[in-house]
Write a protein of this length. Structure first.
Length: 70
């Protein structure tokens, strides 16, 4: 079972976002077991920061974010 724990910094509206040559990505860590971790980085498919934030928020809002780890 994958454990999901979300850490955010309310002072940073771009938490979990990373700009790679103009395209926004989401990055986070999952823990597939209590002894392992996996860094996940996925393209959000946009160059617009506002759209990237909206897509990040939608992904982190619920269980579908776990599907990104696959």
């Amino acid at each position: 079972m994958i454990q999901f724990s979300l850490r955010t910094n309310p002072d940073n509206p771009n938490h979990h976002l990373w700009n790679n040559n103009g395209t926004w990505f989401i990055h986070y860590v999952v823990h597939p077991t209590p002894f392992t971790k996996e860094r996940v980085r996925r393209s959000l498919g946009t160059k617009c920061l506002a759209e990237a934030r909206a897509r990040r928020d939608a992904l982190l809002a619920g269980p579908p974010v776990l599907a990104l780890a696959a």
